[in-house]
Design a protein around this ligand. Structure first.
Ligand SMILES: [Zn+2]
Length: 241
């Protein structure tokens, strides 16, 4: 289990949609007393600023007392686990945050509004949509061993009218096992207040590293937790029982 509130493993900067620079975010994390920070910015297939971004993080790494990591966040595009990010070795990037920003299906990514309406009208079955989301996430893991962080999993569910507690435990168990087997990680995310302790329990039981993230897009929320601390407490209590 991680030490609560000493790390923030997803903070965005002006390289994508964050309001503050990497330098300002690092200064805030230091001032707030964190010991570990992961810079994460949103990429797409055609993102061209990765060399500048990784160089900026690497330069700060030599100056800050923080343990500083460099991450990118990419959305899952389909049930094959394709990620919306540039091709190539992604030099300087430690971790790839795989995110359910839209709904990955076999034929590509769908907007959550379209999926919600499709479920309501009977065009899609909620069970199949959920299974597809889990399949997309699980499929990306062996393609990037030791490098994936499963980002704010199930943040898409409220947007398509599905409850996290209705996701079959068997699918979560399978995802947790594959995450462990591929040396990957999962985060608990303050911004989306997801996932729940119940979802995380099968991961923690297998020894999958759990990262704590605010998913900050402004420096003044870096390191400030509520949901994440409660989830970690619930997991600790469950482990002690
Ligand atoms: Zn995200």
């Amino acid at each position: 289990m991680i030490a609560a509130a000493t790390q923030d493993m997803q903070v965005h900067s002006t390289f994508s949609d964050g309001a503050d620079t990497i330098e300002a975010n690092v200064a805030e994390a230091e001032a707030f007393g964190l010991v570990e920070l992961c810079c994460v910015d949103h990429v797409r297939r055609d993102t061209a600023w990765l060399p500048e971004y990784t160089a900026a993080v690497a330069a700060l790494e030599t100056e800050t007392p923080l343990t500083l990591h460099c991450g990118i966040e990419a959305k899952l595009l389909d049930t094959a686990g394709t990620l919306d990010m540039p091709d190539g070795p992604l030099d300087g990037v430690s971790w790839i945050y795989a995110a359910d920003h839209q709904v990955p299906m076999a034929d590509g990514v769908h907007h959550p509004d379209e999926v919600r309406e499709g479920i309501e009208s009977g065009r899609y079955r909620a069970e199949e949509v959920v299974a597809g989301l889990l399949q997309a996430t699980e499929s990306c893991l062996p393609q990037h061993p030791g490098r994936i962080v499963i980002a704010h999993i199930f943040s898409i569910l409220p947007k398509i009218g599905v409850r996290e507690e209705d996701v079959p435990l068997q699918l979560i168990e399978s995802l947790a096992q594959t995450t462990y087997d591929t040396g990957n990680r999962i985060e608990v995310n303050e911004r989306y207040r997801t996932p729940s302790a119940a979802t995380l329990a099968p991961f923690v039981a297998r020894g999958v590293p759990l990262l704590m993230s605010t998913d900050s897009h402004r420096r003044d929320t870096i390191g400030r937790y509520d949901h994440c601390l409660r989830v970690v407490r619930e997991l600790s209590e469950a482990a002690a029982r």
